[in-house]
Design a binder for this molecule. Sequence first.
Ligand SMILES: Cc1cc2nc3c(=O)[nH]c(=O)nc-3n(C[C@H](O)[C@H](O)[C@H](O)COP(=O)(O)OP(=O)(O)OC[C@H]3O[C@@H](n4cnc5c(N)ncnc54)[C@H](O)[C@@H]3O)c2cc1C
Length: 194
Amino acid sequence: MRFSILDMPCTNNTCSNGTAMLSSEIYNVQLTLSWLRLVDEDEIPESNSDRLKQMRVKAADLSPTFARVIQDIGDDVKIKELELVDWVPDRAWDNHGGLVTLAGSAAHPMVLSRGDAMNHGILNAYRLVQAITSIHKGEKTQKEAIDAYEHEMRRRTASVVVLSRKAFIGEHVLNASEDSQVVRRSDPPVIVSD
Ligand SMILES: Cc1cc2nc3c(=O)[nH]c(=O)nc-3n(C[C@H](O)[C@H](O)[C@H](O)COP(=O)(O)OP(=O)(O)OC[C@H]3O[C@@H](n4cnc5c(N)ncnc54)[C@H](O)[C@@H]3O)c2cc1C
């Protein structure tokens, strides 16, 4: 189970318009409950009420405090299905001589278990700006700069995608905690092609 704050109305009891926080101000949060799809009962039902029922059944084995958070979700709360997918960027793609490239989750979608994805997306943006700057300074051609940017990004993120996938599976398989990939970093890197 994950809990994320998506939006908060005020900081230190003062709202952005300078007024004091009212009791009616609400935080916008996201509760995520995830599981592996192994049997028919793991499939996500169509109706919102069936989805809520399914979440309550899945949460029943959690520690009572966490289970109660799920049990207390109101019937009017919309339950969204989030299908997690990933892709290992271990091979080069055609960037048409550096005219088009990828960054962030478009380049290396990964599951959220290690909380790594956005960090790499931000680093991509920084490195891409460096690459574009080198083109404008005449230090590299567009093709050279974007090829180098993509190569560094693929080398950096291919292993992270695999580690995140292992962490996700480890989180959802009982007794996997002794060799947790959530914190482990010792796996050999994925070999990426040029
Ligand atoms: C539940 C959840 C929890 C996460 N937790 C973490 C975390 O703890 N730490 C972390 O580092 N990362 C986390 N991530 C990952 C992080 O959110 C992503 O890595 C990050 O948002 C990727 O940024 P992006 O700009 O590459 O893509 P996105 O944020 O996905 O942005 C892509 C944008 O393109 C728009 N778009 C799509 N198609 C089109 C189209 N055809 N035309 C125009 N616009 C289009 C979309 O609407 C979207 O606004 C989490 C992700 C999820 C889903």
